[in-house]
Design a protein around this ligand. Structure first.
Ligand code: ZN
Ligand code: ZN
Length: 373
C-alpha cells in the first residue's frame, strides 16, 4: 500500500502528510498525526501583537476600555499579568481543538521599562478526541505608560473642561470608540495626564480634562485626525477657594465616524465615501454621480446623517456581461428578478473585479448602477 493512502482498519491508520502510523506515542487529531496537525493548524488563533497600557503610578493595566486593578510589586509583574489577561481574552482554539490554556509565558528580555517586548507563549490544548498537545507562539507586546482614572483623580481632584466626542447621527459606535481610545493612547504622557476620566456614555465618550488649554489641544488633535467639527461653550460655575473665578469649558466634538466604502446621507442624498483622511473626504453622490472632495468645514456645512438602506440598495449576483449588456440577478428575490444596464452605466466604486457568479451590494438609480461593496 502506498504510504499516502490511509487504511480503514484502526491499527493501520496512517498520516497522509508524514506517512507515519498511528500509535500510543503518535496519537491522531482528526485525520492527521499530532505533529502534522500542530504544524498545519496549530492549537489556537493567537494574536501576533498586543498593546497594553500600565498605570505609571499604581500598576493597574488597561484591557480595552477597562482598567484592572491588582497590586503588582514591579513593572515586570504588572506586564506579565496584563499580557496573560489580554491573551486569555483573545486566544481562541482552532477547529478540532476543544479547549486551550496558557501553560507558560516568558519575555525574551527583562522588563524594567516601557517599550516593546517579545513573549514566548506556550499553549496547551486538548483535541475533541482527548489528545493533549503543546505549541509555542511568539507574541510582540507593546507596553505603554498611562495613568488610570483613579490616580488622575487623586492627583487632580477636579476638572475644568469636558470634551464630548460624538459621531455622525449623534452617536459613536463601539468600533469608533475603540479607534478614538487607541488614538488617545498615543498622546504624550503629559497630555494624557490631563484627562481625569473617560466616561463611556451611550452616545459617545466624555473626556474630563483638568484645564481648558489641554482640552482644546486634545479636541484639536482628535478633530484633525477624524475630520471633526468643534463647538465650544463656556460657562462660569463659581469661585475657587483661592477666589479665582472658576469657569467650565465644554467642547462638543463631532467626528466623521465613517470609513471608505460607507454610505452617508449628505443633505438627504446618499453619498458613497470613496476616501477619507483626517482632513479631507471624497464623496460620490449616488443619485447624481457627482464627485466632491471636502475639507472638514465644507463637510460639516452640509446636513450629515446616517444612511439607512432603502430598496435602492440591493444584493445582486453578476450573471453575465458583454459589450452591450451587464445582467445582474436580485439575490433577495431568489435570483428571479434581473437587472440590466449597459456597461457604461455600471459604476464600480470598489476595487473588486467584476466576475460572473460573484455577489455585490449595489445602489440603483434610474441612470446607473453603483457597485458599493
Ligand atoms: Zn503526520
Ligand atoms: Zn493608577
Amino acid at each position: 500500500m502506498s504510504k499516502y493512502t490511509s487504511s480503514s482498519t484502526d491499527s493501520g491508520i496512517i498520516c497522509p502528510v508524514c506517512g507515519r502510523k498511528k500509535s500510543d506515542d503518535l496519537p491522531f487529531i482528526g485525520n492527521l498525526c499530532r505533529d502534522c496537525f500542530l504544524e498545519k493548524y496549530g492549537l489556537a488563533h493567537v494574536p501576533d501583537f498586543i498593546h497594553i497600557t500600565i498605570c505609571n503610578s499604581c500598576g493597574a493595566y488597561r484591557i480595552g476600555k477597562q482598567w484592572i486593578y491588582s497590586n503588582p510589586t514591579s513593572l515586570e509583574e504588572a506586564v506579565y499579568e496584563a499580557v496573560y489577561t489580554a491573551l486569555l481574552s483573545k486566544i481562541k482554539p482552532v477547529t478540532g481543538i476543544r479547549f486551550v490554556s496558557i501553560k507558560d509565558l516568558k519575555s525574551s528580555a527583562p522588563i524594567n521599562t516601557y517599550g516593546e517586548y517579545e513573549f514566548k507563549v506556550l499553549i496547551e490544548g486538548e483535541s475533541m478526541e482527548g489528545v493533549v498537545a503543546q505549541k509555542e507562539y511568539i507574541v510582540k507586546v507593546r507596553v505603554s505608560a498611562g495613568l488610570c482614572p483613579k490616580c488622575i483623580r487623586r492627583k487632580v481632584g477636579y476638572h475644568e473642561a469636558l470634551v464630548q466626542i460624538r459621531g455622525i447621527g449623534g452617536k459613536l459606535s463601539e468600533r469608533d470608540r475603540d479607534i478614538v481610545l487607541d488614538y488617545l493612547d498615543t498622546f504624550p504622557l503629559k497630555l494624557k495626564e490631563q484627562i481625569v476620566d473617560i466616561i463611556d456614555k451611550r452616545e459617545g465618550l466624555d473626556l474630563l480634562v483638568t484645564d481648558a488649554t489641554s482640552a482644546r489641544i486634545i479636541a484639536s488633535k482628535i478633530s484633525g485626525k477624524f475630520l471633526g467639527k468643534k463647538i465650544e461653550t463656556y460657562s462660569l460655575s463659581g469661585r475657587r477657594n483661592d477666589g479665582r473665578r472658576l469657569g467650565h469649558l465644554t467642547i462638543s466634538l463631532r467626528i466623521a465616524s465613517v470609513k471608505n466604502g460607507d454610505i452617508l446621507n449628505v443633505d438627504g442624498e446618499p453619498s458613497y465615501v470613496a476616501d477619507i483622511t483626517g482632513t479631507r473626504i471624497r464623496l460620490v453622490n449616488l443619485e447624481t454621480g457627482k464627485e466632491s472632495s471636502l475639507n472638514a468645514d465644507q463637510f460639516w456645512s452640509h446636513r450629515i446623517t446616517e444612511y439607512t438602506p432603502t430598496d435602492k440598495t440591493r444584493r445582486v449576483m453578476l450573471a453575465s456581461k458583454d459589450r452591450s449588456n451587464v445582467i445582474f440577478l436580485d439575490v433577495e428575490s431568489g435570483y428571479a428578478n434581473t437587472i440590466e444596464y449597459p456597461p457604461e452605466r455600471v459604476v464600480n466604486l470598489t476595487n473588486r473585479e467584476l466576475r460572473e457568479g460573484d455577489e455585490y451590494i449595489v445602489y440603483l438609480t434610474g441612470k446607473a448602477i453603483y457597485i458599493i461593496s
